[in-house]
Design a protein around this ligand. Structure first.
Ligand SMILES: NC(=O)c1ccc[n+]([C@@H]2O[C@H](COP(=O)([O-])OP(=O)(O)OC[C@H]3O[C@@H](n4cnc5c(N)ncnc54)[C@H](OP(=O)(O)O)[C@@H]3O)[C@@H](O)[C@H]2O)c1
Length: 332
C-alpha cells in the first residue's frame, strides 16, 4: 500500500458529506472515488467533493483497483451487504454505525475480514474524540471513585421531510439502532456489559421504537438508565456518577462540541474541563486512526476491536429483544 491512502465513499448522503469534508484534516489521504446508486447523486456529491472516479453502482466502486479503503455510509440495513461486497474485493472498510442489523451479520462480516486478511472497523467516532479520551483518563485516575450510575438521554424530533431510514423497519428504523447505540456505548465503556437488562419502548406507527427506555443492572450494584427518543428534543446529556464525584457531558455528549462538567462534590462544585478541539465535524479523528492502521498494515483496530463491535451489537440485539423491535433482517 502506498503512503497515501486512497479513500472511496459508498453512499453519498448526509454523513458521507461530513466525513468527506473532514478528510481535509487528515494527512496522507486522498479521496479518490465515490459510489452511488445513481450517477445523479454521485455527480451532486462530486460538485462539493471532486474525485477521480464517480461510480453509479456500489459494485463498481468496490472493483476500483485505485481505491484502498471504503467508507460505508448507507442506511443501517445495507451495512452488511455493502461491507461484504467491499471485503470480497479486498478493500479495507470503515463501516458506519450501527455496524449491522444484528449479531449474526456482524459475525459474518468479521469472519470475512479475517478470511481476506483485510482491515475492517466500525465507525464509532465518539471513541476517538478528545473529550471521550479525557473522560476515560479521569475515570482511570479514579476521579469519580466507584461508578454507581450512568444516566444518558438522546432525543430529537426528526426533520421534515423525515428520512425514510428513521422509521422504516426494513431500513433498521427506530431510536435504538440510530441513537440509542450511543447511550449503550457510553454505559458499556464505563461499566462494561450489564448482568441484567430491561427495556421498553413506545412504537411509531411503523412498529419500530419511537422512544425506548433501557435499564442495565450490574452485580456490583451499579445501574445505567438510558433513554432515546424521536418524539422530543432532549438535552442529550450523559451523567457518569461515582462515590467520589460526577462527570456530566452537557448537550450532545457524543459530539466534539460537548462540555465536560466535573463535580467533585455537590452541584455547586462544578469545574469545566477544557479539551482541545480541532475544526471540522469530528470525523477526522476516526479517519486518521484508520489511515494509521492501514499504514501499519493492521487488519483490526486496537481502539474499536472486533470484540468491542460484537459486544455492542449483542447489547443492541438484547435491548431490541426486550423492547420487542424485530426487523425483516432478523428473520430468515
Ligand atoms: N457517525 C455519525 O455521527 C452518524 C451520523 C449520521 C448517520 N450515521 C449513520 O450513517 C448511515 C447513513 O446515514 P445518513 O444520515 O447519511 O443517511 P442518508 O442521508 O439517508 O444517506 C444514506 C445514503 O445511502 C444511500 N442509500 C442506498 N439505499 C438507500 C435507501 N434505500 N434509502 C436511502 N438511502 C439509500 C444513498 O446514497 P446514494 O444515493 O449515493 O447511493 C443515501 O444518500 C446510517 O447508518 C447512520 O446510522 C452516522
Amino acid at each position: 500500500m502506498s503512503q497515501i491512502i486512497r479513500w472511496g465513499i459508498l453512499g453519498t448522503g448526509r454523513i458521507a458529506k461530513k466525513f468527506a469534508s473532514d478528510l481535509q484534516y487528515v494527512t496522507n489521504v486522498k479521496l479518490v472515488a465515490a459510489g452511488s446508486r445513481s450517477m445523479e447523486s454521485a455527480k451532486e456529491f462530486a460538485k462539493e467533493f471532486p474525485v477521480d472516479f464517480l461510480h453509479d453502482s456500489y459494485e463498481a466502486l468496490a472493483q476500483n483497483s485505485e481505491v484502498d479503503v471504503i467508507y460505508i455510509a448507507t442506511p443501517h440495513n445495507l451495512h452488511y451487504e455493502n461491507t461484504m461486497l467491499c471485503l470480497r474485493h479486498g478493500k479495507a472498510v470503515l463501516c458506519e454505525k450501527p455496524f449491522a442489523m444484528n449479531t449474526r451479520q456482524t459475525r459474518e462480516m468479521i469472519a470475512l475480514a479475517k478470511e481476506k486478511n483485510t482491515f475492517l472497523m466500525e465507525a464509532l467516532w465518539t471513541k476517538f474524540l478528545p473529550h471521550y479520551q479525557k473522560v476515560q483518563q479521569m475515570l482511570k485516575e479514579g476521579k469519580l471513585g466507584e461508578i454507581k450510575s450512568v444516566l444518558v438521554n438522546f432525543g430529537f424530533v426528526p426533520p421534515v421531510p423525515t428520512p425514510a431510514r428513521m422509521f422504516d423497519p426494513a431500513l433498521g428504523g427506530g431510536t435504538i439502532m440510530d441513537i440509542g447505540i450511543y447511550n449503550i456505548f457510553i454505559a458499556m465503556s464505563v461499566l462494561g456489559k450489564p448482568d441484567a437488562i430491561e427495556a421498553t419502548m413506545t412504537p411509531a406507527p411503523t412498529g419500530v421504537d419511537e422512544q425506548c427506555a433501557v435499564l442495565f443492572k450490574y452485580n456490583s450494584g451499579a445501574v445505567a438508565q438510558l433513554f432515546s427518543s424521536f418524539a422530543s428534543n432532549l438535552a442529550t446529556e450523559a451523567d457518569i456518577c461515582g462515590t467520589a464525584g460526577r462527570i456530566r457531558l452537557a448537550t450532545r455528549f457524543y459530539e466534539p462540541g460537548t462540555t465536560i462538567e466535573y463535580y467533585p462534590d455537590r452541584v455547586d462544585s462544578r469545574q469545566i474541563i477544557n479539551v482541545d478541539k480541532e475544526p471540522g465535524f469530528g470525523y477526522q479523528y476516526e479517519a486518521r486512526h484508520v489511515n494509521d492502521c492501514l499504514l501499519k498494515g493492521l487488519t483490526e483496530s486496537p481502539v474499536v476491536s472486533f470484540k468491542d463491535t460484537l459486544d455492542l451489537m449483542e447489547l443492541l440485539d438484547a435491548v431490541r429483544k426486550k423492547a420487542g423491535v424485530i426487523y425483516p433482517a432478523d428473520v430468515g
